[in-house]
Design a protein around this ligand. Structure first.
Ligand code: NDP
Length: 311
């Protein structure tokens, strides 16, 4: 019997218990799945942020911790975690992010807010012709699982897409850049900028006043990555000065975003409550089951986190 501890909130257990049981059964894995075990009996831990489990030291038999989220910033720095850590890469997560990013890019590209604000009987006042996608350069910071999928979807709609990552990439249809000089170039053309980087010490405060000033005047920032990558007050100053046209934010330094936070009432900010792309229980359960199956067969686990790199 393979003992799998589900270490997340009770609400997550409600969502994930049945899909996980089904996914283990589909792979003929004899799994005892529970929310409580004696630590020394646990073979795998399925983990999500806000879990009360913070000390991994007593889990001496545990072969891997399988994170239900793509982002691992809540666990990767935990010094008691010596077991391999895998993150979530999942079809549902990627497709959800592609849909969310594409929708918000098209909103700003087509100036949909302008037409919503001009439902007043004034035909000529409402009239404006958006440019074609091919005239609207878009930049994607991060070209991993999610960033590359979104970049390719936007390129498929005709946007000239520039992408930036730590290592140099070669993705058909995307201008791929890396390094500090690459970031300068990627920002300089970005009429719409999207952040899909992981949160690490290197990406914290990445988009500050200096970087925001490198964007073309009137640019739009869309952040489904992580809140601390943008310096909040510098973003508000850039919006107020007209340097930025709008910011659509899905993630924040403090979540839930406090009711009194200025983002809620700023006319040029759209607040989304961290819903850009949710891990989908059915498809995510299949990813977890595949990794347990690999672990039991002595095969390398998929989507292992590089602890030194932080993602
Ligand atoms: P990946 O690890 O697959 O990709 C990360 C990308 O960022 C890679 O291209 C990587 O470069 C690049 N990168 C990392 N550090 C740097 C750096 N210092 N400088 C330049 N590039 C860097 O992650 P995913 O695409 O799966 O996810 C990205 C993030 O999206 C997650 O970490 C999470 O924070 C966020 N997310 C948000 C969700 C939401 O609902 N709002 C849902 C899911 C994820 P390289 O390729 O060279 O390694």
């Amino acid at each position: 019997m393979i003992n799998v501890l589900f270490a997340a909130t009770a609400e997550r257990w409600t969502d994930y218990e049945a899909p996980l049981r089904a996914a283990f059964a589909a792979r003929d894995l004899a799994v005892d799945l529970r929310t409580e075990f004696a630590p020394e009996e646990v073979d795998y831990i399925v983990y999500a942020p806000n879990s009360p489990l913070q000390d991994f030291t007593p889990y001496t038999r545990c072969k891997a911790v399988l994170n239900l989220w793509a982002g691992v910033e809540a666990i990767v720095g935990n010094e008691t975690l010596t077991q391999p850590l895998a993150r979530m890469v999942d079809h549902g997560l990627s497709r959800g992010m592609v849909e969310w990013v594409t929708g918000h890019v098209l909103r700003h590209h087509l100036h949909i807010d302008h037409f919503l604000a001009h439902q007043d009987g004034d035909w000529d006042g409402a009239r404006m012709i958006p440019p074609l996608a091919e005239e609207r350069p878009v930049t994607m910071l991060g070209l991993g699982e999610l960033g590359s999928a979104c970049a390719q979807a936007l390129a498929g709609l005709g946007f000239p897409v520039t992408g930036w990552s730590r290592s140099q990439k070669d993705i058909p249809g995307i201008t791929c850049l890396s390094g500090d000089a690459g970031l300068d170039e990627a920002l300089s053309t970005a009429q719409i900028l999207i952040l899909l980087l992981p949160l690490t010490p290197e990406t914290t405060d990445l988009l500050d006043a200096r970087r925001l000033a490198q964007l073309p005047r009137g640019a739009v920032v869309i952040n489904p990555g992580r809140g601390p990558m943008i310096v909040d007050q510098d973003l508000v100053a850039a919006l107020d000065s007209g340097q930025l046209r709008h910011a659509t934010l899905d993630v924040f330094r403090t979540e839930p975003l406090p009711a009194e936070h200025p983002f809620w009432s700023h006319p040029k900010v759209t607040v989304c409550p961290h819903i850009a792309s949710e891990t989908r229980p059915r498809t995510a359960a299949e990813v977890v089951a595949e990794n347990v199956s690999r672990g039991e067969a002595g095969e390398p686990l998929k989507f292992l986190v590089d602890r030194a790199r932080g993602y």
